[in-house]
Design a protein around this ligand. Sequence first.
Ligand SMILES: Cc1cc2nc3c(=O)[nH]c(=O)nc-3n(C[C@H](O)[C@H](O)[C@H](O)COP(=O)(O)OP(=O)(O)OC[C@H]3O[C@@H](n4cnc5c(N)ncnc54)[C@H](O)[C@@H]3O)c2cc1C
Length: 392
Amino acid sequence: MKPDLFEAPDYYNLDDLLTEEHKLVRDAARSWVKREVSPIIEEYAQRAEFPNQIIKGLAEIGAFGPYIPETYGGAGLDQISYGLIMQEIERGDSGVRSTASVQSSLVMYPIWKYGSEEQKKKFLPKLASGEFMGCFGLTEPDHGSNPGGMTTNFKANGDHYILNGAKMWISNAPFADVAVVWAKNEEGRVHGLLVERGMEGFSTPETHNKWSLRASATGELIFDNVKIPKENILPGKSGLGAPLSCLDSARFGIAWGAIGAAMDCYDTALRYAKERIQFDKPIAATQLQQKKLAEMLTEITKAQLMAWRLGVLREEGKATSAQISMAKRNNVDMAIKIAREARQVLGGMGITGEYSIMRHMMNLESVITYEGTHDIHLLITGYDITGHAAFK
Ligand SMILES: Cc1cc2nc3c(=O)[nH]c(=O)nc-3n(C[C@H](O)[C@H](O)[C@H](O)COP(=O)(O)OP(=O)(O)OC[C@H]3O[C@@H](n4cnc5c(N)ncnc54)[C@H](O)[C@@H]3O)c2cc1C
């Protein structure tokens, strides 16, 4: 793979809106990605393997629980810092960002928000340091966009619960030490359970043959009469709103992360267009390639503004789920379109692993589907503005 010469576009001087701390956090993540992710990621994606050796570094740049308080081992940062870290990691690879998003927003967040003090003390510091890795089980083979239809269930039995069912498409599942699993009790109410590796009847087979997020491990969670101690239920919240609030946090991170992938594609295409000579001049001097590059930068700039404003709203506790949906949908769509255009700027070279663009493009096919599909997010906006839920 080519050396990582990335220079971030900032056409509207958005750095002026950031604090010194934001810039320090962002720059630390950026240099770490250049040093530790860019040189190895193509090889791991080709081999369809998660690079375990980067876990410690992810923890060190604050990617595991950026906004979790320091008392629980988190980095104690604000929402914009969280977004910036996700942006920088996804600039390297969406699969690596997925691992960090799941750990932070889908595992640490529910334990922090809805867990008991004992659960927080037991799990959060180890998840923050990367000593424990976690996964989040909501999707099932027959229930994706409609998680409320889930059939995974648990029954009380003395001092424990008995859990049965299966989850599918679970990021980090193959190596997770703990799974936050959403299941229905005997009354049909959704609860979060902490299922630990080694519990009898719990297995996590890996999902193979993915053309997307190849450097992220995906798997199933199978529960065959798993005995879960009663202290492993999340006591703070029940109902579908609990997992959905975790998704809000993760989708916020994706809205930022997708900008990273788009910036990398744009930056690569711009550099290539200036260097590539055809018909005795750089292709950057042709109107058609300038149209592509100018439109890419315009869309990136719009997405940056949206993410920044959403970060401010989220920090103030004012961001609605529908606002987060709009940003996730817009920014991922923006990124995938830019990846496709940037790929064309590189001609044949664009399809090779010498450059990151094709990997970003394939990764984004998952990002546009997971955490709520492109269609479902549009329907959430439709519901928000009309009061009619078209997806039900
Ligand atoms: C690589 C990867 C990693 C993932 N990681 C996780 C994870 O860690 N944890 C987890 O719980 N899940 C995870 N997922 C699952 C992901 O969230 C689901 O794939 C997603 O929610 C969509 O569900 P589905 O695949 O079952 O598609 P479906 O829900 O079957 O949708 C199929 C199509 O129908 C459309 N559709 C569905 N309902 C409607 C409607 N009412 N109106 C109009 N169109 C509709 C959808 O938009 C989509 O285009 C992951 C998925 C992938 C691919």
